[in-house]
Design a protein. Structure first.
Length: 206
């Protein structure tokens, strides 16, 4: 075998740093800032959804308001399915940790809500207002039914049925209105902090 072929390197790796790409990643809204702030906003929405659901029943006892399934719907509409499932699971843990529910029960319920919402989102993509209203109503109804079945095992059938009627009589009506008001405001916060271009690129990627 010729010496030049014998000594020739089979693999050559050339590492070069592109200052323009590095600067774009660290110092523009579409780079590291977008990912860090996007994660921080996701945590804020998760904590807000869980905290409001724990606090609002004391403030408005006659109107059952379920914010956790609504935030789950928001993640389904604005993020990828994996992110929606992670948010639903995390929100459920926060709910259970601050209540007397078994740990993981709310996470299971919200993951089921996310699954149903993802299915509806594919079917209603071209109808934002109608789609959001239906998703909000279905999400809160599913959450109410499963919460009564899974988190109130010692309640009598009559008590559970009375609570379910109260929820289904008000929540699926209030939830779409709340979603159609809250989602644009949450969108506005994300666009102001992350930039319109970043949000639009995320939606196109999905």
């Amino acid at each position: 075998m010729p010496r030049d072929i014998e000594n020739k390197k089979l693999i050559e790796i050339d590492i070069r740093f592109n200052p323009e790409v590095i600067a774009q990643f660290f110092f523009t809204r579409s780079g590291l800032w977008k990912h860090l702030l996007g994660t921080a906003l996701a945590v804020i929405w998760i904590l807000a959804g869980a905290t409001l659901q724990l606090a609002l029943p004391n403030a408005f006892p006659t109107i059952p308001l379920l914010t956790a399934p609504l935030v789950t719907v928001f993640f389904v509409q604005r993020r990828k399915p994996v992110a929606a499932f992670v948010a639903a699971f995390a929100m459920g843990i926060v709910l259970d940790a601050n209540s007397f529910n078994p740990i993981g029960s709310s996470s299971l319920i919200l993951v089921i809500v996310a699954t149903a919402s993802i299915f509806l989102n594919f079917k209603l993509t071209d109808h934002y207002i109608l789609g959001t209203a239906i998703q909000a109503a279905v999400a809160t109804a599913i959450y109410a039914i499963l919460a009564i079945l899974l988190q109130r095992p010692n309640s009598t059938w009559s008590d559970s049925f009375a609570i379910l009627i109260r929820f289904l009589g008000t929540t699926p009506i209030v939830a779409p209105i709340l979603a159609l008001i809250a989602f644009p405001l949450m969108d506005l916060v994300e666009r102001l902090l992350l930039g319109k271009k970043s949000i639009d690129q995320d939606n196109e990627d999905e």
